[in-house]
Design a protein around this ligand. Sequence first.
Ligand code: ATP
Length: 134
Amino acid sequence: MTISLDIVTPNGSVFFEEDCEIIILQSKQGELGVMAGHIPTVAALKIGSLRAKINGQFEYFAVTEGFAEINPSKVTVLVQAGEFAEDIDTERAEAARQRAEELLQQSQDEKIDRYRAELALRRAMNRIEVARHR
Ligand code: ATP
């Protein structure tokens, strides 16, 4: 038995696969492995990797914060952005990381800007990390 995976962003579905053996998500509570037959639930996701075993091999994705809706035969991942490891532009992620780090050094007193810069830094570092799996 397999489980399907749909990764949906505001731009629409960026990945769909009918036959996943297991889907491993990074939830705010920790790592969560989902196989066919899982009880229905919703999990909040953190910026991190998502990996799915398809035809015996893990495929890696970088995802931003969002939610996963889990059903016995389907996982729907709703995120602002998600990229297949192979599609990640590492130079762009490296530039984003540098920009975020510079902002964090400048904006010691501005709480909102710091928070946004910290999230941008986490997205960039996550993309750099996930891009190693290709
Ligand atoms: P940047 O500052 O480089 O735009 P960001 O973290 O602000 O990075 P997001 O807002 O998370 O970018 O994503 C905007 C869009 O760009 C999404 O469609 C996302 O998939 C894509 N994207 C962002 N960074 C990369 C990357 N390094 N490689 C490929 N696609 C990317």
